[in-house]
Design a protein around this ligand. Structure first.
Ligand code: UD1
Ligand code: UDP
Length: 369
């Protein structure tokens, strides 16, 4: 069976790696890899291929993102992927996560009547101001095989009227990747950091970084936290641009608040694992902090990863400076050390997904839905 796997942005690369690796032990599968080019800087794309031993993409759509609106970006992905899909004639398309490359892939598959599998289906923040929420809802409604990380995501899908026979609770592919690929690097040494003596920050949600006053407030909060412990902040390109445009960059990178470029996967995991706390608005980082045993403050009002909050490892603090500072102080006063949860068979999730696809367990994919 020929499967077209569509990826394009940083979190996609991490989610596809375990699947492509596990596919090597399924001889009936031919995996074709398409990179849309949504992310393209070395530190946003290529480094993940290196860290996660992902093979070179078979096809690169070179779509990019600089200066593109959502419609333009998704449209370009669709136009180019449609042509590629017509040539390759896959029997199945796989999309992962919730970025515009996921949505573009899903729409092309649906229009060309290619059975569609979505990995990380059923996650909902119930906040349609997030472009990702729209991508998730549309991708899920178009999918024939919906692979969810946990029961709660399955319940979300059932509430939206998705047939239960299409839903497979397989576990969390991000955690699967972490367990398989994590290894110590010299990142802390290179950055002059000592374990448990720094906070780690990632930020890139439009709601946090696209508005000048909001971003300014968050940066002030980080400065305040940096008066108690070093704060290291690998800056996403969107955030970098906004800090420059709003003229916040020069003031931001000083003293104990250290701004660096985006990190590779392994260095990033090493920083999360050894941090006193993580402050983030990323989906993936919330998950990874939980698995690695590091307390997390999420600078959002909602999360699609409710398990992290239920576990007590993650707290939603929103983006108001006073709330962020207060929550960080509470964590600083808390001496509890958490253990990483790196147990469990590392390639179980990917294998479960592939078994379902190989056996085409849900067969009536082309019947009316
Ligand atoms: C995208 C996803 C988001 C995901 C994030 C992961 C959508 C709608 N958003 O957001 O869900 O959490 O990726 O990181 O799909 N840029 C560069 N170099 C790059 C990539 C981007 O400079 O390699 C700059 C571009 O100027 C671009 C901006 O970052 O305009 C935003 O990129 P884009 O892919 O549109 O969205 P992200 O904010 O990265
Ligand atoms: N990540 C990384 N380097 C960084 C920041 C994040 O490798 O500088 C990794 C992070 O560990 C996680 C993934 O990128 O595995 C999450 O991507 P991102 O936060 O960009 O997107 P989201 O998960 O919010 O969609």
């Amino acid at each position: 069976m020929k499967i077209l796997n569509v990826i394009g942005a940083r979190p996609n690369f991490i989610k596809i790696a375990p699947l492509l690796k596990a596919a090597k032990s399924f001889p009936s599968l031919e995996m074709v890899l398409v990179h849309t080019g949504q992310h393209y800087d070395y530190n946003m794309s290529r480094i993940f291929f290196k860290d996660l031993s992902i093979p070179e993409p078979d096809i690169h759509l070179k779509v990019g993102s600089a200066g593109l609106g959502h419609g333009e970006q998704t449209g370009l992905i669709m136009e180019r992927l449609e042509e590629v899909s017509r040539q390759i004639k896959p029997e199945m398309m796989v999309v992962v996560g919730d970025v515009n490359s996921t949505l573009g892939g899903a729409l092309v598959a649906a229009k060309l009547q290619i059975p569609l599998a979505h990995i990380e289906a059923g996650l909902r923040s119930y906040d349609r101001r997030m472009p990702e929420e729209i991508n998730r809802v549309v991708t899920d409604v178009l999918s024939d095989y919906l692979f969810t990380p946990y029961q709660y995501a399955r319940q979300n899908l059932l509430k939206e009227g998705i047939a239960s026979k299409k839903i497979f609770v397989v576990g969390n592919i991000m955690a699967d990747a972490l367990k398989q690929y994590f290894r110590p690097t010299d990142a802390l040494h290179r950055l002059g950091l000592r374990p448990a003596c720094y906070a780690m920050v990632t930020l890139h949600r439009p709601v946090n970084v696209d508005d000048k006053n909001t971003l300014k407030g968050i940066m002030q909060a980080l400065k305040e936290i940096a008066s108690n412990l070093t704060v290291v902040f690998p800056v996403h390109p969107r955030t970098h641009q906004r800090l420059e445009t709003f003229r916040l960059m020069a003031k931001a990178d000083s003293g104990n608040l250290v701004l660096i470029g985006p990190l590779g996967y392994l260095d990033n995991l090493n920083l999360i694992k050894n941090a006193r706390m993580v402050l983030t608005d990323s989906g993936g980082v919330q998950q990874e902090a939980m698995v690695l045993g590091t307390p997390c403050l999420t600078l959002r009002e909602t999360t699609e990863w409710v398990d992290t909050v239920k576990s007590g490892m993650n707290k939603l603090v929103g983006n108001k400076p006073a709330d962020i500072i207060r929550a960080a102080k509470v964590l600083l006063g808390n001496q509890k050390i958490n253990e990483p949860r790196l147990t469990g068979a590392p390639d179980a999730v990917a294998r479960r997904i592939l078994k379902v696809l190989v056996e085409k367990r849900y067969k009536e994919t082309r019947s009316p839905r």
